[in-house]
Design a protein around this ligand. Structure first.
Ligand code: SAM
Ligand code: SF4
Ligand code: F3S
Length: 463
C-alpha cells in the first residue's frame, strides 16, 4: 500500500520554533550500502531544514539517528549492540532523542523488537518515509513515547535534498527497490519493488552538482542497469548514461550495481563510447557454479556471465572488473566452491567483495537445508581471499609504466606526505602530493603495484 506525504512546511516551522534557543546537534550514522549512506545524507537534509547542526560525537548529540542495514545478521547485531549501549546516554541526558531508520525498520519483527526491548528508542522512520521525520520528531517533542512511520510512500523521499559528506564526490540514486528476489537477499523485502526516478530529475540534479564543482557522480541502484523499465516513456540505462555524458564539465560518471542479466552489449558499448563514463564495471557474479546461481535465482549461468566478460575483454583486454561473491550458500559443495575459485582466476577481477552467506528470515534460501559447517565456510572464505590477493598483485602490475587519471580523495593513512585517490578504473592509487590537490583530477605515472593499490608519482606539469 502506498501513500503520499503532505507538505512539511508548517511542521518544520513549528519544530524550528520549538527547538530555537541554543544550537541543536544531531548525530546521524549510516551502516549500510551506498544507497543507505545516501539516505543518511537525506536525513541530514531534512534535519538541517529544521535547524539542526551535525556532530560526529554521539555524546554531545541532542538527536541520534541510526540508519541501519539488514543485509546480513552481523550488521543487525551490531546495531542492536549500539542501541543497547545508548541506554546510558539517554539516562544521562533524558532530553536526548534516539531514532532508528533504514532497512532494519522495514522488518516488522525488528520494529516490534525495538519497541518492546529498547525503550530508549522513541522514533522509527522507514526508508521511504524520510519526509515523515519532522512529523515524528514533533510528536516526540510533544511527549509521545514512541513515534513510528514505516509505510511505503510513493514519493519515496526521492527528491529530498541531501547534506553531502563530500564536496567533490556525489552519489545520485536513480532508482529504488529491487524486483529480482535473489533467494538469499533481504533487499526486495525491505526496499520494495523497483521505482525509477524521472530522467529529467536525474539530469538536472547532475547538472547542478557539476555546476557546483562535483567531480565524481556515482549513480546508484540495486540493479542500475534495469533503470527505466518501470517508466512510461521508454528510456534505458544506456540512454540515461549518454544524456549524462553530454553534460558539459570535467567530471566522471560511475554507477553501481549492475546485474549480469541486464549487462547488455548496448551497455558495454555505451561505456566505451562515453568519455566521462568510468572504464570500470562492478558486475556481481555471486558464485562460479551455475547450479548455485540457479538456486540463488540469479537468472544467468556462469557461461553466460563469461560471455559478457569475454565481450568486454574483446574490446579492452585490460578492462577493470570488480565483483561480489557469496561463500557458503546453502549446500554449496566443494565442487561449487572450486567453480568460484575458477571463475575469479578466469576473469581476473581487480577487486572482490566477498561475504559469508547469512541466513535472512523471510527469504527463500532461509528454508534450504544447509549442511556445510561454519568452520568449512570460514576456510573457504580464507582460501578465496588468498587466491584473490595473488590475482590482484599480479593483475595490478599491468598499470606499471602507465599514466592514470586519479581523483585525489584524501591524505594517505599508510604513508606520510602521500595522497590517496581512485583512478578512472576504480583502482586505489597512492602518490606523493600536496593536500591542496584533494578534490582534483591528477595524472599519476604508476611505478609500483601492491595487492590493494598501485603507487606512483604525479606527472610533471600536472600540478
Ligand atoms: N543489488 C546488488 C547486486 O545484486 O549485486 C547488491 C546488493 S547487496 C546490498 C550487496 C551484496 O551483499 C550482494 O551482492 C551479495 O553479495 C551480498 N549479500 C546479499 N545478501 C546476502 C546474504 N544473505 N548473505 C551474505 N551476503 C549477502
Ligand atoms: Fe539483492 Fe539480488 Fe536485488 Fe541485488 S539483485 S538487491 S542481490 S535481490
Ligand atoms: Fe543497503 Fe543494507 Fe538496505 S545493503 S539496501 S542498507 S539492507
Amino acid at each position: 500500500m502506498v501513500a503520499i506525504l503532505n507538505d512539511n512546511t508548517l511542521i518544520i516551522n513549528e519544530l524550528s520554533e520549538l527547538l530555537s534557543g541554543g544550537q541543536k546537534l544531531a548525530y546521524v550514522r549510516s551502516f549500510g550500502c551506498q544507497l543507505n549512506v545516501s539516505d543518511g545524507e537525506k536525513i541530514k537534509g531534512v534535519l538541517k531544514k529544521i535547524g539542526y547542526s551535525f556532530t560526529d560525537n554521539e555524546n554531545e548529540a541532542d538527536l541520534i539517528i541510526l540508519n541501519t542495514c539488514a543485509v546480513r545478521e552481523s550488521a543487525e547485531d551490531r546495531v542492536f549492540g549500539i542501541i543497547g549501549s545508548m541506554k546510558k546516554l539517554k539516562e544521562l541526558k533524558p532530553s536526548l532523542i534516539i531514532g532508528v531508520a533504514g532497512c532494519m525498520t522495514a522488518q516488522s519483527h525488528i520494529a516490534e523488537k525495538i519497541k518492546r526491548s529498547y525503550p530508549q528508542v522513541e522514533l522509527v522512520v522507514g526508508t521511504s518515509a524520510i519526509n515523515a521525520l519532522p512529523k515524528l520528531l514533533l510528536e516526540v517533542l510533544h511527549g509521545r513515547k514512541f513515534a513510528a512511520d514505516i509505510a511505503e510512500y510513493d514519493d519515496f523521499s526521492a527528491e529530498v535534498e541531501q547534506v553531502r559528506e563530500s564536496p567533490f564526490k556525489a552519489s545520485v540514486p536513480i532508482m529504488f527497490g529491487c524486483n529480482n528476489f535473489c533467494t538469499y537477499c533481504i533487499v526486495p523485502h525491505v526496499r520494495g519493488r523497483e521505482r525509477s526516478r524521472r530522467p529529467e530529475d536525474i539530469i538536472s540534479e547532475v547538472e547542478g552538482l557539476v555546476r557546483s564543482g562535483y567531480k565524481e557522480i556515482m549513480l546508484l541502484g540495486q540493479n542500475v542497469n534495469s533503470y527505466g523499465n518501470d517508466l512510461d516513456d521508454t528510456i534505458s540505462f544506456p540512454q540515461l548514461l549518454r544524456s549524462l555524458n553530454d553534460i558539459e564539465g570535467d567530471f566522471i560518471i560511475r554507477f553501481m550495481s549492475s546485474h549480469p542479466k541486464d549487462a547488455s552489449r548496448e551497455l558495454i558499448d555505451t561505456i566505451f563510447a562515453c568519455d566521462k563514463v568510468a572504464k570500470h564495471l562492478h558486475l556481481p557474479v555471486q558464485s562460479g557454479s551455475s547450479d548455485v546461481l540457479r538456486r540463488m535465482n540469479r537468472r544467468y549461468t556462469a557461461e553466460k556471465y563469461l560471455e559478457t566478460v569475454d565481450y568486454i575483454y574483446s574490446i579492452d583486454p585490460d578492462f577493470s572488473l570488480t565483483t561480489d561473491l557469496i561463500v557458503g550458500f546453502p549446500d554449496e559443495t566443494n565442487e561449487d566452491f572450486q567453480a568460484t575459485l575458477d571463475i575469479i582466476k578466469r576473469v581476473r577481477y581487480d577487486n572482490i567483495y566477498s561475504f559469508i552467506y547469512s541466513k535472512r528470515s523471510g527469504t527463500k534460501a532461509a528454508e534450504m537445508p544447509d549442511p556445510v559447517t561454519d568452520e568449512e565456510k570460514g576456510l573457504r572464505m580464507r582460501k578465496l581471499l588468498e587466491v584473490q590477493r595473488e590475482i590482484s598483485t599480479e593483475h595490478y602490475k599491468r598499470f606499471i609504466g602507465r599514466t592514470m587519471r586519479v581523483l585525489a580523495d584524501d591524505v594517505s593513512k599508510k604513508k606520510q606526505g602521500f595522497l590517496t585517490g581512485k583512478s578512472n578504473e576504480f583502482i586505489i592509487v597512492e602518490f606523493e602530493g600536496d593536500p591542496s590537490l584533494i578534490g582534483q583530477f591528477v595524472d599519476v605515472e604508476i611505478t609500483d603495484a601492491m595487492n590493494w593499490a598501485v603507487t606512483g608519482r604525479i606527472k610533471k606539469g600536472n600540478a
